[in-house]
Each structure stands twice: as C-alpha cells, then as structure tokens.
Design a protein around this ligand. Sequence first.
Ligand SMILES: Nc1ncnc2c1ncn2[C@@H]1O[C@H](COP(=O)(O)OP(=O)(O)O)[C@@H](O)[C@H]1O
Ligand SMILES: [Mg+2]
Length: 272
Amino acid sequence: MTQLAGTKALLRLACVALALTAFWPDFAPATFAQAPAPSPSAKIWEGRHAEFEAFIRTAEFERIEDVPIGVTRPKRAFFKPGGPVASVAWKVLPPGRQKGYWESYKSEIAAYELDKLLGLGMVPVTVEKQWKYDRGAAVLWLSSIRSWKEVSDRPKPPHWDRQAIRMKMFDNLICNKDRNAGNLLVDDAWNLFLIDHSRAFISDNDLPVSMVRVDRELWDRMLALDEATLTAVIGKWVNGSDLRAILKRRDKMKAAIDRMVKARGEAAVFVH
Ligand SMILES: Nc1ncnc2c1ncn2[C@@H]1O[C@H](COP(=O)(O)OP(=O)(O)O)[C@@H](O)[C@H]1O
Ligand SMILES: [Mg+2]
C-alpha cells in the first residue's frame, strides 16, 4: 500500500468511528470519555464517631458471611441498607490462647479507643457488640479499599511516609507483632488504615518494630500518656500488667528516640 492509500484508509476508518460515535455514544473512544471522579476517602466516620459507634452497637445484623481470608476466620456482618454503615468485621474472639497466640476481641476495641485518644485516625470505628449468644468486636468494614499487597509497588504520595511512621510508633506502643500485609489497608486517597489488633496489648516490654523517624506531634501525645488516662480510656479492655506495659514500652521508645536524636540530630529524626 502506498503512503497516500494508507492515509486515505486511516481517514475512512476515522470517519466511520466518528459516525458510529454519533449514533452509539458507547462507541466513543476511551480518551473521549470523562475522567472518573476521584473516589471519596474511606474515612467516612470523621467527625461522626459517636453516631457510627451507636449505630454499629445497636443496629441488627441482616446476614453474616464468612471472610475467606485471615487466620482467625473473622466474619463479615451486614446491616439493613440505609444506615451510615453497610457492614462490619465481626470478631468473636474471647480472650484466650489460639494457635499459640493470645487473642482478644477486647484488644480490637482498645486499639480504636487509643487511636482516638492519640488523634491517629487510622483504626476504623470498633465497638463491643452483643449479637444473639455472641459478644465480640464489630469493626467498620472499609469499602473502596486495597490491600497492601496490591499497592506496595506503586509510587507513594508525599503524605504516605508520615502515616507509615505513625503506624510503627502505634505498633510499638500497643505491642502489635502482627502487622502483616493483610492488616494494613489503603484507600484511593492513600489514607492508611490499621486493622486486626486482636493479638496486641500484651504485657511484653519489647518493641516489635524498629523506628527510623518519629512523628513529633504523635510522640508528644504518647509522652503525655499516664496510667490514670489509660485506665479511664481503655481500662475496660486492657488492665493490670498489660495496661502498665503500654507505659513501659513508651519509656523504651523514649530511650530509643533519645539515642537516635543523640546520634543523628533532631532534624533527621523528627517529622512534622
Ligand atoms: N474492617 C475491615 N475493612 C475491610 N476489610 C477487612 C476489615 N477487617 C478485615 N478485613 C479483611 O479480612 C481479612 C481478615 O481479617 P483480620 O481482621 O485481619 O483477621 P485475621 O485475624 O484472621 O487475620 C483482612 O486481611 C482484610 O482483607
Ligand atoms: Mg489479619
């Protein structure tokens, strides 16, 4: 085919495409289509904590399904449509040892309450719920969410690092040794969410995560924690030596952070 004939053929194809577009809008090439609206943040409870907590605590489950992933075999429970929350992770884990690990639904609630106290905003709304003969933690099920496995290779926006730093500080404070790829979720706005804290709040004094940088604001809030405040906020869910271990780990974090600052200087350690 000569160059002229090739150009004519291309032109004819373009005309056919345009004609089809006029009568059949779906034929419009993808580049003509409108860009999809950015998905909203999955943090739908922001500024409405009490309302979401009350709904999850009191609304009836319509049906309960098995969650095909995970180790403790949580369930997903659905509410009747029309409320502020469509479904929750339903974790009936009475305090005790399972497969060698201490697990408790109460730790799920403690993680959420401590998240609120520290102004973290990463743990979805979690409350204690009684449903039929079961008592457990009901955790708001995040929608439009991706697992860490899906996004770990993608380029991260600037606000990502600070969230990852905060997550590590939180995991040290609560002694969470279970932050595997299934236990952190990310929405389309790159908000980081933390789930599955049933193994946390144990009495170990060791810090499970090594910290390289420290979020100044969060650290100041952690430094302000004392036994009376913790007892008031999470004493129903964590007590005795497990509660005091939070402060022992905080003091260990302080020693580690002081060493980091001495070695590298404040500017290299703290992020704001
Ligand atoms: N609140 C939630 N929102 C969205 N997905 C969730 C939520 N809770 C659990 N999942 C999904 O279910 C999986 C298993 O739940 P998880 O709480 O991690 O239990 P397990 O102790 O079995 O690991 C998670 O990896 C995640 O994919
Ligand atoms: Mg898990």
